[in-house]
Design a protein around this ligand. Structure first.
Ligand code: SF4
Ligand code: SF4
Length: 79
């Protein structure tokens, strides 16, 4: 999830292979249905790595196992 510290720089958008990050009304937002936490592609969330404001945090409302994240990734990419 993206927290209020987001400066809307947009750097995270291009890092997301799942197109899960969108421009919101005030700050950018992550669609939890599309976010795989980068499972299957990288060992850590790429958006978190590039965010200069440290504004991307785990969402306690969406705690998913690696198995569930990989299932979601396969569903999104059809592999
Ligand atoms: S963790 Fe990965 S899949 Fe999720 S929003 Fe960030 S870059 Fe996209
Ligand atoms: S990289 Fe960080 S500060 Fe920039 S838009 Fe994404 S969440 Fe906001």
């Amino acid at each position: 999830m993206i927290i209020d510290e987001c400066t809307s720089c947009g750097l995270c958008v291009d890092e997301c292979l799942s197109s899960a990050i969108l421009e919101g009304d005030q700050i950018y937002v992550i669609n939890p249905d599309m976010c795989t936490e980068c499972a299957g592609f990288y060992i850590e969330p790429q958006c978190v790595k590039v965010c200069p404001a440290d504004a991307i945090k785990p969402d306690p409302a969406h705690c998913e196992s690696i198995e569930d994240l990989l299932k979601k990734q396969k569903h999104i990419y059809g592999e």
